[in-house]
Design a protein around this ligand. Structure first.
Ligand SMILES: [Fe+2]
Ligand SMILES: [Fe+2]
Length: 184
């Protein structure tokens, strides 16, 4: 009898998260272009910063997927780009779903299965998405055309995203300033 490899639930969750982060990255890059067109250059900066963070999450998930002997796979779906206010609402919805539903479920399962590396990459993403949801909400509540670009600092380890130029250590993973990349 040939053996049939059965994917673990943790591995399936990693693939789902990898797919979600990969799509979010593409979506935010397009939303950034639209924000520039709409005259919200500060919001365009935020979308570019968040896109970079989602890329870091995808790379972190991919590393764990490979360590489990599988290849990361994703399917980039067509993106509906609307005006910036609607795009922000769409982004908030996605971040809140990941923060409140998807990642908590994935973390609980990974811990139960003693998949520590998976639990860690999920939990880095959850904490960073919570911050994205907050930043997007603030941007939507305070949407004003004509502002300048904003400089963001992205933690290359966990994707934490902040505009705090004075940040010395990552709020989420405690890595030092040297681990941050500047995006504007
Ligand atoms: Fe995010
Ligand atoms: Fe971090």
């Amino acid at each position: 009898m040939p053996t049939v490899a059965v994917e673990s639930t943790t591995l399936q969750h990693l693939q789902t998260a990898y797919d979600g982060e990969s799509n979010a990255r593409v979506r935010y890059r397009l939303f950034a272009v639209q924000a520039d067109l709409d005259g919200y250059r500060d919001v365009a900066s935020l979308f570019r910063a968040a896109a970079r963070a989602e890329q870091i999450h995808a790379e972190n998930h991919a590393r764990v997927i490979r360590s489990l002997g599988a290849d990361p796979t994703c399917h980039i779906v067509p993106i509906n780009v609307h005006n910036t206010a609607t795009n922000l609402r769409d982004a908030i919805k996605g971040e809140e779903y990941e923060r409140d539903v998807m990642y908590p479920e994935f973390i609980a399962e990974a811990k139960k299965s003693r998949q520590n590396a998976a639990a860690r990459t999920f939990s880095y993403a959850l904490d960073a998405e919570a911050e994205h949801a907050r930043l997007y909400r603030a941007a939507l509540d305070n949407l004003t055309a004509g502002r300048s670009e904003v400089t963001y600092y992205i933690c290359l380890v966990c994707g934490f995203t902040t505009s705090d130029a004075e940040i010395a250590r990552c709020t989420i993973c405690n890595n030092p300033r040297e681990k941050f990349e500047v995006v504007s």
